[in-house]
Design a protein around this ligand. Structure first.
Ligand SMILES: Nc1ncnc2c1ncn2[C@@H]1O[C@H](COP(=O)(O)OP(=O)(O)O)[C@@H](O)[C@H]1O
Ligand SMILES: [Mg+2]
Length: 253
């Protein structure tokens, strides 16, 4: 277990107009580990990850307070918002490849916008990232096909490749397997375990066995509060809070 902290979240609060959706959350996301975020629907999981890369504030009426220190630098302080979202990438529940772009162009879409890479470099990066998500062998002959023509599981891995192309330091995933079949889910879980060799992963899941299988640390949220955060083994074997125990044993949720 490494002990260095990648993201130190301090006194994080979030609102939707009057609704206080996240209440004073404090959590240290370790470097190069997988953190699972669990809890019943509506408890603030998505709001939590969306605050981390400053997507929450895009919703009209939404605001946040507190700190999220990425290697000691507050994403709510001096950092450029676009830089925050590049360093802290995001993958959503429903895969969202750009439908009118080819598979290869999808991977490097962000880099193309930045405009700093040659065509050859972009092709190399696309190949490298498609390899790192295990898609290259499956689709190397179909790179010109539309990203939207892939299967759901392939689309989700394409979206992860697209996030990785920006060289993020943290990747946030909001229920990335909830729309996938079991075989695609298994592939994505393997990929998550591999990603932590390089970066920190924060993954929301409504599937507690998935959290147990793939994460090093687990955060349990309830009604906007972080009830318990600990090594996954402790959360599942010796939860400290009776609410955590009731949730992981399926007694509510
Ligand atoms: N766009 C929004 N506008 C108003 N309230 C919202 C919005 N998104 C979420 N909420 C509310 O904030 C709370 C937390 O939501 P969310 O973070 O989406 O929970 P979870 O991801 O755990 O299901 C819920 O009560 C939800 O109704
Ligand atoms: Mg959610």
């Amino acid at each position: 277990m490494s002990n260095s902290t990648k993201l130190d979240i301090q006194n994080l609060n979030a609102w939707f107009c009057e609704k206080h959706a996240l209440k004073n959350v404090n959590v240290k996301i370790p470097d190069k580990e997988v953190v699972a975020v669990i809890g019943p629907s509506g408890c603030g999981k998505s709001t939590f990850v969306r605050c981390i890369n400053r997507m929450h504030e895009l919703i009209p009426g939404a605001k946040a307070s507190g700190k999220a220190l990425l290697d000691g630098v507050d994403v709510y302080g001096g950092m450029d918002v676009m830089d925050v979202r590049r360093k802290i990438g995001m993958v959503f529940q429903k895969p969202n490849p750009f439908p009118n772009m080819s598979v290869a162009d999808n991977v490097v879409a962000g880099l193309k916008l930045v405009g700093t890479h040659s065509k050859k470099e972009l092709a190399e990066i696309a190949e490298e990232r498609l390899k790192s998500v295990g898609l290259w062998e499956e689709i190397k002959d179909e790179l010109k096909k539309s990203g939207a023509s892939l299967s759901g599981g392939q689309q989700q891995r394409l979206c992860i490749a697209r996030a990785l192309a920006m060289n993020p330091e943290v990747i946030l995933m909001d229920e990335p397997t909830s729309a996938l079949d079991p075989a695609s889910t298994a592939k994505l879980e393997e990929l998550v375990k591999k990603l932590k060799n390089e970066i920190s992963v924060v993954i929301i899941t409504h599937n507690v066995s998935q959290a147990a299988r793939i994460s090093d640390m687990t955060a349990f949220f309830y009604l906007g509060e972080l009830v318990e955060f600990d090594e996954t083994r402790n959360i599942f074997e010796h939860p400290k809070n009776p609410l955590t125990e009731r949730y992981i044993t399926g007694r509510f949720g």
